[in-house]
Design a protein around this ligand. Structure first.
Ligand code: NAP
Length: 244
């Protein structure tokens, strides 16, 4: 039987690459988006055209009602969610002194409360079937902390604490919870970086290149496979060695 995988923020970047990685025919790929409807639909069509099964669901992950409606839609159609990949996220660069309450709240609501909303909504189905995999996309900045990205780093550290605690709570129910902590990955999120910024960053890396979305997608796919059944509560840094 096909497994249902829900990927939040799958309209572009890392989420889109994860959706493509799961488009193998063995999975029903649910593409969540908030604003980018056209790319989400085009991705869904691409997966269907190559023989896969996909659907798009609009929901703002920071909005609990939106998330509940999205999960109801998926359950009505496919009866369960086997894999949840909490990938949706936003970033903000600026001094803490320039971080308004609104920016702070928006970062935490999307990056951390979004993980809470989606996880809480799917867990009953996973626990009921005594099987499930949850992957939360954190960041190396959630491990190391980034100057001028305090809100973002705090939200991503929160995701790590959330994942470790939940892994202990739901491991006995057959649900694995792990984190991926990407380094600098070539997506729209880093459009603000200059070529020189990227060059400087690469100089600090044992593996001398910026990461790509497929690097993260391959890791997520592995962590959701049976080969990773004995791995839970872990934070896997996929960062070219930046954090060692
Ligand atoms: P991206 O290209 O900017 O894509 C972000 C995705 O998140 C988009 O699909 C966007 O969908 C979605 N999203 C944002 N807010 C949302 C909301 N409220 N509800 C639902 N979806 C929402 O960024 P990315 O680089 O792929 O980032 C993906 C994840 O990786 C994020 O959690 C990010 O923090 C993490 N990460 C990225 C890097 C990096 O270097 N790129 C490094 C470490 C961690 P819409 O456009 O439809 O709103």
């Amino acid at each position: 039987m096909k497994k249902v995988v829900l990927i939040t923020g799958a309209s572009k970047g890392i989420g889109s690459a994860i959706a493509k990685r799961f488009a193998t025919g063995e999975y029903i790929v649910v593409i969540n988006y908030n604003k980018s409807e056209a790319p989400a639909l085009s991705l869904s069509n691409e997966i269907i055209a190559t023989g896969g099964t996909a659907m798009c669901c609009k929901a703002d992950v920071s909005n609990a009602t939106d998330v509940k409606n999205m999960i109801s839609e998926i359950i009505n159609k496919f009866s369960t969610v086997d894999i949840l990949i909490n990938n949706a996220g936003i970033s903000y660069e600026g001094l803490l002194s320039d971080t308004s309450d609104e920016i702070w709240n928006n970062i935490i609501a999307t990056n951390l409360t979004g993980v809470f909303n989606c996880t809480k909504a799917v867990l009953p189905y996973m626990i009921n079937q005594k099987k499930g995999k949850i992957i939360n996309i954190s960041s190396i900045w959630g491990i190391c902390g980034a100057s001028c990205e305090v809100a973002y780093s705090a939200s991503k550290s929160g995701v790590i604490g959330f994942s470790k605690a939940l892994a202990k709570e739901v491991g006995p129910s057959g649900v694995n919870v792990n984190c991926i902590a990407p380094g600098i990955i070539d997506t729209d999120m880093n459009n603000n970086l200059t070529e020189q910024d990227k060059k400087d960053f690469v100089e600090e890396l044992p593996i001398s290149r910026i990461g790509n979305a497929k690097d993260i997608a391959d890791t997520a796919f592995f962590l959701c496979s049976e080969s990773a059944d004995y791995i839970t509560g872990q934070v896997l840094a996929v960062d070219g060695g930046y954090s060692i």
